[in-house]
Design a protein. Structure first.
Ligand code: ARG
Length: 390
């Protein structure tokens, strides 16, 4: 149900039993071949695809179609400010992998590829869902996330966003160290094996310890963050075909870590701690102690990543690049669907050019969607609500 005034991620009701939508297949293929003339005429390909759908209920993308489809899904991602680089996506075709062991080793490969030298935007595309058949998936929302525990005296330890997922992993027998930055295991589900847990090897987890260019005490806070944000539970849909397992990554925008992961009261909630160390007057909101602490926290994140040689961008630079992307796309005669509430950075919004305008809100495909079941699995580590909560 659509709640009026509530801006949700655009979604479609995916019917996993329905055959591939022939109209969507045609729209995608026409666009793909129009934007890539070297692929030749589209008509013969359309005839083959129509026949395949009629006979089997679905069709198989060529490597070129798969690769361009993934890039289009990125280009269409209305919440992403980093879309200027959509053509540079590295697409790894993993459609043949079946077992959880195979999937796991390819996910490790994904992380080592993405995190090598700078950071490369990479997507690994596993088997398409066949209409009416069970499919492989990863339960985690990202390949790398920190566990969350309910510590002594009700004090949360780690990332509170992961508390229920962490408890579910413990229910499967996983044991973390109980620290603030324990990397969660991957929960890989396949039709033949059910769900299996895998511990990522150290070489797959690049992390940056957080320090500050001026305040030596900052390092004592013991903060760190992982270099690669790799979303692992969104469904990629290309031309009526659905890929439920298609993890993808870019590089971080500093504010994602400094203004959300570390700052949100229901995440690491570091502003009161940073403000206390800075000796700020927290007796009144009008001292803007939160804002002042936020700036230093974000400087620390950007500086630490730069020191470590891990690619990251600041919100000023990335906003300018997004404006450049809008101009390029406009020149190409294409709309750029964008969600203002996500594009505008979570700090200093009006200092960036992306703040001072409106955007078209369109649900263009190919696209990435977060299905309700995938969201539940990532939050709870289970298909059933614990204690009947919701
Ligand atoms: N905001 C998420 C996080 O902090 C990551 C989302 C994807 N971000 C990206 N730069 N590609 O982990």
């Amino acid at each position: 149900m659509k709640v009026p005034g509530y801006r949700d991620h655009p979604t479609e009701a995916w019917d996993p039993v329905a055959p591939a939508d022939a109209g969507e297949a045609e729209d995608f293929l026409r666009r793909c071949y129009l934007e890539n003339l070297r692929l030749g005429p589209v008509e013969p390909r359309l005839a083959i695809v129509r026949a395949q759908i009629a006979a089997t209920g679905t069709y198989t993308h060529t490597t070129e179609e798969l690769s361009y489809g993934a890039k289009l899904a990125w280009r269409n991602a209305s919440r992403c400010i980093g879309r200027l680089y959509w053509r540079s996506l590295v697409v790894l075709d993993r459609r043949r992998a079946r077992t959880a062991d195979d999937i796991f080793s390819l996910l490790v490969h994904h992380l080592t590829t993405a995190g090598r030298d700078a950071i490369r935007p990479v997507i690994s595309i596993f088997a398409a869902a066949q209409p009416g058949r069970p499919f492989a998936r990863v339960w985690n929302e990202q390949l790398i996330r920190y566990a969350g525990y309910q510590g002594a005296k009700g004090c949360p330890v780690g990332d509170p966003r992961q508390t229920r997922f962490t408890a579910a992993m413990q229910g499967f027998g996983w044991r973390g160290k109980g620290d603030a930055f324990d990397v969660l295991p991957l929960a890989i589900e396949t039709p033949a094996e059910g769900v299996r847990l895998y511990e990522l090897p150290e070489r797959a987890i690049r992390e940056v310890p957080i320090a500050h260019p001026e305040y030596a005490w900052f390092a004592e806070l013991g903060l760190r963050w992982h270099a690669v944000p790799a979303i692992s539970n969104m469904r990629l849909t290309i031309g009526g075909v659905h890929y439920p397992l298609a993890p993808f990554n870019g590089w971080y925008l500093g504010t994602e870590i400094g203004a959300r992961n570390f700052a949100d009261a229901d995440r690491f909630n570091m502003l009161p701690v940073v403000a206390a160390r800075l000796g700020l007057d927290t007796s009144s909101e009008t001292t803007l102690w939160r804002d002042r602490a936020l700036v230093e926290l974000n400087r620390a994140v950007l500086w630490s990543f730069e020191q470590a040689g891990v690619k990251i961008t600041d919100h000023h630079t990335e906003s300018q690049r997004f404006m450049a992307h809008l101009r390029t796309e406009e020149r190409a005669g294409r709309p750029v669907p964008a969600d203002w509430t996500w594009i505008v950075p979570p700090m200093s919004g009006s200092l960036t050019p992306v703040f001072h305008r409106y955007y078209e809100e369109l649900d263009l495909r190919p696209a990435f969607y977060l299905d309700a079941e995938a969201a539940t699995l990532a939050r709870d580590g289970s298909r059933h609500c614990p204690h009947g909560e919701n």
